[in-house]
Ligand binder design. Structure first.
Ligand code: ATP
Ligand code: MG
Length: 234
C-alpha cells in the first residue's frame, strides 16, 4: 500500500543565512494494506515532518513515496502533480494533527459528519446519525453535539478531531499525536476505533506517546535513526 524509499527532507532557513536543517534522511519502510506503523524517536527527530511529506504538505528533498492509489494505481507522492495529490486527499488519504482546526460556527456533530457527506456521499441525516453514535462512544455528552468546538476543552476537541478522522475509511491515515491530552478511558476507546479501522483495511502511520496504543495497535515500529522493527500487535 505504501513504500517509502530513502526519503529525506532538508529545510533552507533564509532568515538564518540559508542555513540547512536536516529534518531526517534516508528513511525507508513499507506497509501492506491494513498494517499500522508507529513512528517514534526524540523530539525534533523529524517524525511530524515525515507525515507532512507523505501528505505532501511538504515537498520531500529526496527519495520516493509509492502509494497504491485506488484512482491512479502506483503513485509517487513525492513527485505527483498537485491535482492528483488533491484528489487522493479528498478520497483516499487522511491526516490528523494534535489539534482540531476549529471551523467557526460549525457544530461538533457537523464537523464529524462532514467527511461522510463529502467523501463517502452519504445523506446528511445518515451522516449525522453516525457522527452522533461516534461522539457518544467517545464520551462527548449529547448536549454538546450542537455546540461549537471552539469552546470545548482540549480533550473534547481532540475527541472531535479523532471522530472526524475515523468516521470515513481512508485507504491511508496519518496520525500526528492525536491522543496527547486524553485520559485512559478515552485512549481505550480510540484504541478500539483504530483497531476497527485497521480491520476494515485502512493502512496507518501514527505518532503516539501512549505505550498502550503503540503496543496494542501497531504492527511495526520505525525508530528515527534506527529503522524498522516488526512486532505482532496484541
Ligand atoms: N517548516 C519548517 N521550517 C524549518 N524547519 C522545520 C520546519 N518544520 C520542521 N522543522 C525542523 O525539522 C526538525 C524536525 O521537526 P519535527 O517537527 O518533524 O520533529 P518531531 O520529531 O515531530 O518532534 P516532536 O516530537 O517535538 O513533535 C526540527 O529541527 C524542526 O525545527
Ligand atoms: Mg512532532
Amino acid at each position: 500500500m505504501l513504500r517509502v524509499e530513502n526519503l529525506s527532507k532538508t529545510f533552507n532557513i533564509h532568515i538564518l543565512d540559508n542555513k540547512v536543517i536536516n529534518a531526517f534522511c534516508d528513511v525507508s519502510f513499507h506497509l501492506k494494506r491494513g498494517e499500522f506503523l508507529g513512528l517514534s524517536g526524540p523530539s525534533g527527530s523529524g517524525k511530524s515532518t515525515i507525515l507532512k511529506c507523505i501528505y505532501r504538505a511538504y515537498l520531500s528533498s529526496g527519495g520516493n513515496i509509492w502509494f497504491d492509489s485506488a484512482e491512479y494505481g502506483k503513485l509517487n507522492i513525492a513527485t505527483a502533480p498537485n491535482h492528483a495529490i488533491l484528489n487522493i486527499r479528498r478520497r483516499e488519504v487522511g491526516y490528523v494533527s494534535q489539534f482540531l482546526k476549529v471551523i467557526p460556527r460549525v457544530p461538533a456533530i457537523d464537523i464529524v459528519a462532514e467527511p461522510l457527506v463529502t467523501k463517502s456521499r452519504l445523506s446528511l441525516d445518515k451522516a449525522r446519525t453516525r457522527a452522533g453514535e461516534l461522539l457518544e462512544r467517545l464520551d462527548i455528552p449529547p448536549y454538546l453535539f450542537d455546540a461549537y468546538p471552539c469552546s470545548f476543552s482540549g480533550g473534547e476537541q481532540q475527541r472531535v478531531n479523532i471522530a472526524r478522522a475515523v468516521i470515513w475509511t481512508p485507504r491511508l491515515l496519518l496520525l500526528d499525536e492525536p491522543t496527547a491530552s486524553l485520559d485512559k478511558d478515552s485512549i481505550a476507546v480510540v484504541t478500539d476505533l483504530l483497531k476497527e479501522l485497521k480491520y476494515e483495511g485502512t493502512t496507518m502511520i501514527g505518532i503516539f506517546h501512549d505505550r498502550i496504543i503503540i503496543d496494542s495497535v501497531t504492527d511495526k515500529k520505525y525508530e528515527m535513526n534506527q529503522g524498522v522493527t516488526v512486532h505482532a500487535a496484541q
